[in-house]
Design a protein around this ligand. Structure first.
Ligand code: HEC
Ligand code: HEC
Ligand code: HEC
Ligand code: HEC
Length: 214
């Protein structure tokens, strides 16, 4: 009977639809039992980014439990129709990501440290993950995607797919209008299934082709 149940369970597992993985055990798990933290580091993981109480207030930061680190320089581009500036960049989630990925702030105090205690995550970021605050060599963000998509008028780009087609392909847009491009337009911080934390598997550049008509 037990063997039979195990077989049924195994069959159900095999038949289960493909699902996202969990953040637990991923590069974004900074705890020390399941994640990359060292002994004595805080043994929770959400708390490194969110807390249910006493958090940093900001419209772009969901219950954010850290400081923010603003971008200082932005991509200037070769043939850009999108409109953005430093202020619009820093109204995205970039300052949340850079609160670790600027290479300097990851050891900074949490806004509301956990009652369970423990020291802050102690390992350093690898060179690839250290973006600094100069985003002039990174893909542009911080603009209204729907303002330029698939148009032929002034300020529009005929080789950028319609926002409805892009979201159907799996990317996301944010802000009050739900049209603004963030880091999380390409990344899902919670799901390591498509390395590195991508919303769309980039095999054959499928992520790029979600937005670019090339
Ligand atoms: C490394 C930082 C980080 C960690 C760790 C993290 N989050 Fe998030 N979370 C974010 C960021 C950044 C956003 C905003 C971008 C977005 O909406 O995906 C967010 C958004 C959210 C949201 C609102 C939007 C949504 O996706 O539903 C919820 C709910 C959430 N996180 C829950 C959690 C929980 C629960 C955990 C722990 C199991 C967790 N997060 C761990 C960074 C993190
Ligand atoms: C979520 C949508 C989206 C995704 C995914 C995306 N891009 Fe873009 N990309 C854009 C938009 C919008 C622009 C701005 C186009 C404009 O201003 O005309 C842009 C601009 C660019 C530019 C032009 C920069 C210039 O200076 O003119 C390049 C090159 C580029 N992206 C490459 C990529 C590559 C490579 C990928 C995949 C790794 C990718 N993009 C993924 C939306 C996206
Ligand atoms: C609490 C700190 C923290 C925050 C906030 C954070 N990250 Fe990370 N992230 C890390 C650490 C630590 C690593 C692992 C770095 C390493 O291996 O050197 C990492 C790795 C990554 C990787 C590489 C994953 C891989 O498989 O190699 C990506 C992509 C990434 N983060 C994107 C983001 C984005 C996008 C945001 C914001 C939406 C964000 N992160 C916010 C700490 C953070
Ligand atoms: C247009 C899509 C797109 C946007 C927007 C984007 N990323 Fe990425 N990111 C990628 C892709 C694709 C990779 C994997 C590159 C590779 O493997 O060649 C990546 C890799 C990374 C890595 C791993 C290190 C590396 O360079 O390979 C980090 C960390 C990261 N992104 C953070 C961010 C942060 C922070 C933002 C916002 C400031 C951001 N990303 C915005 C597509 C994007």
């Amino acid at each position: 009977m037990r063997k039979y149940l195990l077989l049924v369970a195994a069959a159900l597992l095999l038949a289960a639809p493909a699902m996202g993985l969990t953040i637990q055990g991923s590069a974004h798990d900074l705890s020390n039992t399941t994640g990359g933290g060292a002994a004595g580091d805080i043994d929770e993981l959400c708390v490194y980014c969110h807390s249910p109480h006493g958090v940093t207030a900001s419209v772009s930061a969901p219950l954010w439990n850290r400081g923010m680190s603003n971008a200082t320089q932005i991509y200037s581009g070769v043939d850009i129709q999108a409109t953005y500036d430093l202020t619009s960049y820093n109204a995205t989630d970039a300052p949340l990501c850079l609160s670790c990925h600027d290479g300097a702030s990851i050891g900074g105090a949490l806004t509301n440290p956990p009652n369970s205690g423990g020291a802050l995550y102690s390992p350093a970021l690898g060179a690839d993950a250290d973006l600094g605050t100069n985003l002039s060599n990174d893909h542009p963000i911080g603009f209204d995607y729907a303002a330029i998509d698939a148009g032929s008028g002034a300020g529009e780009d005929s080789e950028i797919k319609l926002i409805t087609d892009a979201t159907a392909a799996g990317v996301q847009f944010f802000g009050a209008s739900s049209n603004i491009m963030w880091c999380s337009s390409c990344h899902d911080v919670h799901d390591p299934a498509n390395v590195p934390f991508l919303l769309v598997d980039n095999t054959s550049s499928n992520l790029c082709l979600a937005c670019h008509d090339k």
